[in-house]
Structures are given as structure tokens and as C-alpha cells.
Design a protein around this ligand. Sequence first.
Ligand code: CA
Length: 369
Amino acid sequence: MSTRRSGLFHRLLCIKQNLLVPVGLIVMMAFAACATTAQEQAQSAPPAAIAQAGDFTTWLEGLRAEALSRGISNQTVTAALSDLQPLPRVLELDRRQPETIMTLRQYLDRVVVEARIKNGRDRYAENRALLEEVARKYGVQPRFIVALWGIETNFGQNQGGFSVVQALATLAYDGRRSSYFRGELFNALKILDAEHIAPSAMVGSWAGAMGQSQFMPSSFLSYAIDYDGDGRRDIWSTKADVFASAANYLKQSGWRDDQTWGRMVKLPPNFGATLKAVMPAEPPPGCRANRFISQRKPLSEWQKLGVRRADGGDLPHRPELQASLAVPEGEKGPALLVYENFRTTLKWNCSILFATAVGTLADRIAAAD
Ligand SMILES: [Ca+2]
């Protein structure tokens, strides 16, 4: 699972629980629903068990010693790891069960809403010069940077109110995925040590996804950019850094700005056998979403096979362009014809629903141009 590359680990945790859902249903947990309904459900969730405070204090001593041995300064260790307490709320959120299964249509109706489209157009207009400069430099069309920003944090308005160090320490202390979160905690300390952000301002999701682009600390270290040149990679409050970091993540993951993401399409009648022949025979390793994505074929071949735009029109006349069908709910559900950029979006967050929402929102935002 490529979760370590994702800035959205908190959402991947939701999809992970989707393993409880029978595979035959071919349904996917909707991330936004997961986050929202988890909050709604929190009141009724049983209180999470946290071990005795004394145990945590002892554990924290070991953590401090290891941080120092990894070269984190004494000053940072003292500032970030003194008087630290585990957060029961983080474990509640980590323990929750999925209670909502959404179709692609339901997910889009919830995420790609008019208010977000309008907000996206306004934010795009407001930041046009900067977005176009970043877009040129990294080779990512501005509408996708804006769409990701809008879906991740509602254009920076909802970054999550958790102390990243405290949240990661809670999850590292807890037994379920200790080594992953312990590694991310050391990454977070490294970021503090380099003075990109003050400990008190390092806020993020309950699972440690940080700032306006919701990068995990490891993603920050790999992809975050100090675009305004003030010496700090500030994905919390400097838009230039936020946009460039997101664009850099996509670029490093294979984005191409001479292509779009894909589109909804219509399959011809009685397409079942053809579809079966192009879908993976075995679940591919890595991102689970790839099991719903077909092999690549040139657009001209899909055209020949009878695949059409959602309005019935011909596919674009770029016959050599490689595309794949994505059918998150099987033959009877909605179908998409997607390009490499769709697969790149899956490296940000392994979810067909998420990637489709990003592409759809990007198209809607740009439609005002
Ligand atoms: Ca900066």
C-alpha cells in the first residue's frame, strides 16, 4: 500500500476499513463521508482506552532519547515533547467503523457542490498570477492545484485542529501502527528542527496530515517547496508554498500538463465480456483502486469498441493517446475513461472517488474561464 506517499493518510485509514465490505459489492467508502460521519458519530463512539499515564511518561522518555540520538536538537525535543499527553479523541477517530457507503454519484454530489465550485473560481481569480506562475514552473494546470486545495481543506479553511506532534505521538504510542506513526513523528520533529514552523502552529488532521495541502511529514520532506524564498517551507499559511508543494508532488508523481484527467463516458450495450477482457485478471499490487481500472488502449480503439462521451459524442481526436476505463461500481455503474494524470492523482490518494472529484471540480472551476 502506497500510503506513505500520500498526504491523506487519515483518509486512507478510512478506505482501509473498507476491507470489511464484501468485495463483490464493488463499493467504495467515501472519504469525505468518512471524515464527516466520523465526526457525527464521535459522540456515540465508546471512549477509547488509553493506557496509564505512567506508561506514557516512560514511553515518552524513550522517544526523547531516540529523537536526540537521531540528531534532533535538544531545544526541539524539549519544545515539542515536554508535557505531552496522548489524545483520546485521536484514538476514537482511529477506531471508528465505516458507516456510510457511497456511490460515485453520491460522492460527487457531496464534494463537488456549487458553493465549492464558486469558491474555487473566486480563489483561482484571486491568485491567478501566482497559480499560473507555479503551473508553468511545475507543469501542472492551475485548475488541478485549486481543485486539490478545495477538496483537501476547503481552500485552506479546514486544516484540522490537532497538534500534529500530539496526534502522531498518540498513534505511535498506541499499538496498531506504531512503527509507521513513530517514523512520521520523527519526520515531524525534523521539520520543527529545521524551523519551517513553530511547534504550536504545526496543526493538522488527527492522523498527522498537515497544513493546506494535508501532507504527512514524510510527504513534506519529499515534496514541500519554499516557493517564496523566505527559508521556510510553509504549507500552513503561505499560499506560494502551498501551491508549489502540491504541484511539485504531482509533478514528481508523473503529472503531464499536455493532458487532462479523463471524463465520464457511456459504454455500449452488452459490453460485459469486452469489459471483463480488459480489466485486471488479478488484483494489482499497491493501490486498491487499480483493480477497477482497465488496461491502457489508444483512444481510437476505445472509439472502435463503442465507448462514447457521456453525451453520446465521439471521443477526442487524439487517436494515439492512451486511456483506461475506470468502473468503480462494475459494468452497470458509471464509467470513466481516464489518462495517466488520473493514475497520478491516485498516488496522492488511492481512491477513484477522490480522483474523479478532483478532476470534476477542476473542470467545473475552469468552465468559468
Ligand atoms: Ca516559504
